[in-house]
Design a protein around this ligand. Structure first.
Ligand SMILES: [Zn+2]
Length: 323
């Protein structure tokens, strides 16, 4: 067994800390809890409690470094969270705050970059040095591994595939607004939260679909799982929606493949995991949408570490530079 390293995953509603085996990527102990408050001080306190709980199971031995993945944009290696819409944060020096509380250096990274690193090192792209990991869940995000290293970009915010533009606004045809403050982003069309909101409003406005029956007439209960269920049962509205979303996803991912020429593409996230029909549409359209030379030897795999990937990647990234 390798040396255990400590990672934390801060989502919009939950926090988890885990002890991860540095040599195998196995999770040895994990502590997850709901976030009671979302202010930076409250999240620091919740992270400290979760870390103390897992460290206690390691005999209370101190950790030299800690890695944190957070649902937000992080400025380089500064630990400053530039923008975390789900937490309502802007320009929060979270790494310094948590480091002061714990007395050790803390590295903070974007949660999807952490998850991509977890999948790359000890998941669906183990042993592969050029990887693109795309997650389609509540939002859309990606992580890029080039030559065996996580590609972070000049400001540390590379991999924002959810915010590449897929629908430029035209007169009389406004693009859908995105949570980032812009509009026409991939996430505005393919992110689970935005998709569910769109279907609710279209069904409420009388779209001809069996989705309303699947939720007992309660529009507020509609999720992307109901679109998948209806599509599998031959519902025309659901099929047209999946065709539209699948084409946008396939095109955006294929463009990234053309640009980056990865050896492996890893597809994950709750929406793709729960919607095999959508995933099939994306995978079937991808090869034709990418440059044939870039896609010639591309292999596509499903994410293998599920919700664990983020905390595993955060722990590994946090421990880097320790040796
Ligand atoms: Zn956006």
């Amino acid at each position: 067994m390798g040396e255990p390293v400590l990672g934390v995953d801060v989502g919009g509603t939950n926090i988890r800390a885990a002890l991860v085996d540095r040599e195998t990527g196995a999770v040895r102990a994990v502590e997850g809890r709901a976030l009671e408050g979302r202010s930076p001080a409250e999240v620091v306190a919740a992270a400290s409690r979760a870390i103390a709980a897992v460290a206690g199971r390691h005999g209370g031995a101190p950790f030299r470094r800690i890695g944190v993945g957070i649902a937000g944009q992080v400025l380089g290696k500064s630990g400053v969270v530039l923008n975390a819409p789900n937490l309502g944060w802007r320009d929060v020096p979270f790494g310094a705050m948590l480091g002061r509380e714990l007395g050790v250096p803390v590295r903070v990274v974007n949660d999807l970059s952490a998850a991509a690193w977890g999948e790359s090192r000890f998941g669906a792209a183990r042993g592969v040095s050029d990887v693109l990991v795309v997650f389609v869940g509540t939002g859309v995000g990606s992580g890029i591994v080039v030559g065996g290293r996580l590609h972070e970009g000049a400001r540390g915010v590379a991999g924002e595939l959810g915010h590449v533009k897929v629908r430029p606004p035209r007169p009389g045809e406004p693009a859908r607004p995105c949570g980032c403050g812009s509009s026409g982003c991939l996430e505005a069309y393919a992110g689970g939260a935005n998709l569910a909101a769109r279907v609710r409003s279209e069904v409420a406005a009388g779209a001809p679909t069996q989705i309303l029956d699947l939720v007992g007439g309660d529009v507020s209960r509609i999720t992307t799982a109901h679109v998948e269920e209806a599509c599998a049962a031959g519902d025309g509205y659901a099929r047209r929606l999946w065709d539209e979303v699948g084409e946008l996803l396939a095109t955006a991912v294929a463009n990234a493949v053309t640009l980056l020429n990865p050896e492996r593409l890893v597809l994950g996230g709750g929406v793709l995991r729960g919607s095999p029909t959508l995933r099939e549409i994306v995978e079937s359209r991808l090869p034709a949408a990418a440059s044939p030379t870039a896609a010639a030897e591309l292999t596509i795999a499903a994410a293998a570490r599920g919700d664990e990937a983020g905390v595993v990647g955060a722990a590994l990234l946090g421990s880097e530079g320790e040796a």
